[in-house]
Design a protein around this ligand. Structure first.
Ligand code: ZN
Length: 256
């Protein structure tokens, strides 16, 4: 699925975990930085590195467990969640053809073949039907997870694709479309995670009000951290003359 690179500029991005431990609140210590990863998003071509940190508090259940910040791409995939969410929405909600979606992506400077569009729509289907199982699930049950809750909105005013991931392994636990991201909706997602017998040690989100309430109700006492890194949530616009301004603004925000 190698697209031609058409971006005039590359946005460098360093993703940090929260400065403090999601479980005990101690300051985390950085242990290493991952290799550069190229991610194609609706907002441009990103060059991403992830900083990985650990908690050194001896009495913390997450002691020495490597923690990453929120991922912008699916594990082992080159495309951002925003691209996958948008392709899925166009294909399955708007019932567009592969060719129409290909044209659509071209508007964002993403030049790909029809077979890549097909792969991306398959990826979307896999994503929304994903469920951890086997060893992966066993580990999540035993060790617990730091739950990142992210919402990607394919278009303003439409349903949002919520992705729940583990900040320790980077694995997606589940992804669901919600028409309304209210407290009840978010609760249904967290309930699904809990029904798998997964222990939640901490939550990371943009602290949208409905998420805060849902976490309080279902996970009382579990620390809930704010993550600033949610730029993919905002609706991206096609490449235009404003593109430069957008990129500048994006860079500024990312630096901040
Ligand atoms: Zn800790």
């Amino acid at each position: 699925m190698k697209p031609r690179k058409v971006y005039s500029s590359v946005v460098k991005l360093a993703v940090h975990p929260s400065p403090t431990c999601p479980s005990c609140g101690s300051l985390l210590e950085r242990i290493y930085t991952t290799r550069r990863k190229h991610v194609i998003s609706l907002k441009g071509f990103l060059r991403v590195v992830y900083h990985v940190a650990v908690c050194k508090n001896e009495s913390c259940p997450l002691r020495e467990v490597p923690i990453k910040g929120p991922l912008v791409n699916l594990k082992h995939r080159q495309y951002g969640f925003d691209v996958i969410a948008r392709v899925g929405w166009l294909r399955f909600q708007k019932e567009q053809t592969l060719e129409q979606i290909r044209e659509y992506l071209r508007g964002y400077g993403i030049v790909v073949s029809k077979s890549v569009v097909r792969e991306l729509s398959n990826l979307y289907m896999i994503l929304i039907s994903t469920r951890p199982e086997g060893e992966e699930l066993a580990l999540m049950r035993k060790r617990g997870v730091v739950l990142a809750i992210d919402g990607v909105q394919p278009e303003k005013g439409n349903e949002t694709l919520y992705i729940l991931r583990d900040c320790i392994s980077g694995n997606t636990i589940l992804a669901r479309n919600l028409e309304v991201g209210d407290t009840e909706g978010i609760k249904s997602l967290i309930e699904e995670v809990l029904s798998l017998g997964i222990k939640v040690m901490g939550v990371v989100s943009d602290k949208q009000r409905s998420i805060v309430r849902a976490v309080k109700d279902l996970l009382p006492g579990v620390p809930h951290q704010y993550s600033q890194f949610h730029y993919l949530k905002n609706v991206a616009k096609p490449v235009s003359s404003e593109d430069q301004t957008l990129k500048k603004e994006l860079k500024k925000r990312l630096r901040g």
